[in-house]
Design a protein around this ligand. Structure first.
Ligand code: CA
Length: 229
């Protein structure tokens, strides 16, 4: 086995047998593992001890995985988080990423894939994401605060992800297909016009009442954000 150095994992999973099997497997692979079976304990452990990566189930007693993730990020814990999503249609990957998770794995998962993802995440440096901006608009992916001209704009997680995807392009246009994949996830199979719908929501929130429209349509291409002076 290639040695990567010890990776400290916090595993938050309420299925005790699964948690135990994963813990034993990870220890055998050279990881050190803390296990908790409740969302509140997961939050506490994430705040109290430094880990290299957190594996977080979504459906948990005490507090669900999304809330644990949001709370950790809100308290400036930037440990990479791998969320375990169940493919029952009730929860989706895009939502996991919206709450500040770095990666997701759907249950049932392959142990080999889990180990590979954890090694990749464990190597990531834990940095607070930098604020994104375009002229008078700023979006801080860390705190999720968006503002235009110093006035806070309240966005839903999905609107925020869409805006973030556009801002990361620094003025270059994004196609609807790219936005759909990045914001709604590769497995989204609903109506692709959802992108237009959300662009409309964003326009109302960030451009209404301003002469300069930040969010512009590039005919035949898609959308881009054009900074004002
Ligand atoms: Ca569960």
């Amino acid at each position: 086995m290639e040695f990567h150095g010890e990776v400290r994992v916090l595993l938050v999973e309420d299925e005790v047998a699964l948690a135990d099997a994963v813990r034993r497997g990870l220890v055998a692979e050279g990881f050190s593992v803390d296990v908790v079976h409740d969302g509140r304990d997961g939050l506490r452990a994430g705040l109290e001890r430094r880990h290299d990566v957190i594996v977080l189930d979504i459906l948990l007693p005490g507090m669900n995985g999304y809330k644990v993730c949001e709370n950790l990020r809100a308290q400036s814990v930037w440990t990479p988080i791998l969320m375990l999503t169940a493919k029952d249609g009730e929860y989706d990957e895009a939502e996991a990423l919206d709450t500040g998770a770095d990666d997701f794995l759907s249950k049932p998962f392959s142990f080999v894939v889990l180990v590979a993802r954890l090694r990749a995440l464990g190597r990531r440096t834990q940095v607070r994401p930098a604020a994104l901006s375009a002229g008078s608009l700023t979006l801080d992916p860390g705190t999720a605060v968006c503002s235009r001209d110093g006035r806070e704009v309240s966005l839903t997680p999905r609107e925020r992800s869409l805006l973030e995807a556009l801002l990361r392009r620094e003025g270059a246009a994004a196609s609807k297909t790219d936005l759909l994949r990045e914001v709604w996830g590769p497995e989204f199979d609903g109506d692709p016009n959802i992108v237009e719908v959300y662009v409309g929501y964003l326009r109302r929130k960030i451009d209404d009442g301003f002469d300069h429209k930040l969010l512009q349509t590039v005919r035949g291409v898609g959308y881009r954000v054009v900074a004002d002076a």
